[in-house]
Design a protein around this ligand. Structure first.
Ligand code: GDP
Length: 297
């Protein structure tokens, strides 16, 4: 379960606070020391932790909180609200173009869960928004990725545009958009190549695909289990590609939660979806408020 460790630590810190009739500034400081440690242990970016702790302190030692009838509860409420803000505040919906098809490009490192997520998002769009997506196999360096996407397409009974490993990713992306128009598909989800590390060649290729098909969304797929690394990867992808959103995968295996709590603040990019398992329907729209409540119990 996501955030297990963090949730446990924060909840036991706050339990001490809940029933108190009076809370002093020193109590808040002491509590925030523990929150700070818990967040660092959860692998949250240290700058994010610093800002978060300062923001909570500033609000929590305010008159309204300290003089309220339930100051302990009020402090927890402030933490809850600040955690929500940290993860983006409002939920962020996937774009829909006025002139379909809406082109969505998924990018990310190899193994992050890109190919699986293309199918998951497509399934979500059909199931919850009544959309008709087409999947495009532009990860030409990994024949297994093309096969995987084709299999997923069959499983979902959705069209997959694939030209094997010979055509260029740019031609595949363009061809897929044309095919979508002809087949009246209103979304094109492009699975792009990944590498083990961010490199120039990969970025060049992704930039070319972006130029060729001008996607409404460039969604960065990141493995939440890689914590701080995921955030660094997100930063460099965003710098070079200008992503419009992030999808966190493997949240089911992420007991710490550092990536989920840092990525929005570090990149400024909203988290749109969270992958919660290997199965095709194990994806959720990312709700910052629900995530925060989950952490605080
Ligand atoms: P790609 O190289 O980025 O295209 O990654 P794949 O789509 O091939 O996924 C890599 C592995 O991660 C596969 O075994 C997927 O089943 C797994 N995976 C993807 N998303 C999730 C998720 O949300 N939770 C879990 N537990 N596994 C996932």
């Amino acid at each position: 379960m996501a955030f297990e460790g963090l949730a446990e630590r924060l909840q036991s810190t706050f339990d001490k606070m809940k029933g108190r009739g009076k809370v002093s500034e020193a109590d808040v400081k002491e509590m925030m020391r523990e929150v700070r440690l818990a967040l660092l242990e959860a692998d949250v970016n240290f700058k994010v932790v610093k800002k978060f702790v300062n923001d909570v302190k500033e609000r929590a030692v305010g008159q309204e909180v300290m003089k309220s009838l339930t100051p302990g509860q009020q402090v927890i409420k402030v933490v809850n609200e600040e955690l929500t803000t940290l993860m983006g505040g409002e939920e962020s919906k996937i774009a829909a173009s006025r002139k379909p098809p809406t082109v969505v490009m998924l990018a990310g490192l190899q193994g992050a869960g890109k190919t699986t997520t293309v199918a998951k998002v497509a399934n979500h769009l059909r199931k919850h928004h009544n959309r008709k997506p087409l999947l495009a196999a532009a990860d030409i360096y990994r024949p297994a990725a093309i096969d995987q996407l084709e299999t997923l397409g069959k499983q979902l009974d959705m069209p997959v545009y694939s030209k094997g490993t010979e055509a260029s990713p740019v031609d595949i992306a363009k061809g897929a958009v044309e095919e979508a128009k002809e087949a009246n598909c209103d979304y094109v989800l492009i699975d792009t190549a990944g590498r083990l590390h961010v490199d120039e060649e990969l970025m060049d290729e992704l930039q070319q695909v972006r130029e060729a098909v001008q996607p409404e969304e460039i969604l960065l797929v990141i493995d939440s289990m890689t914590g701080q690394d995921a955030v660094n990867v997100a930063e460099s992808f965003h710098e070079q590609l200008g992503v419009t959103g992030a999808i966190l995968t493997k949240l089911d295996g992420d007991t710490r939660g550092g990536a989920a709590l840092s990525v929005r603040e570090v990149t400024g990019v909203p988290i749109k979806f969270a992958g919660t398992g290997e199965k095709i329907d194990e994806i959720d729209v990312f709700h910052p408020e629900r995530m925060a409540s989950r952490i605080l119990g």
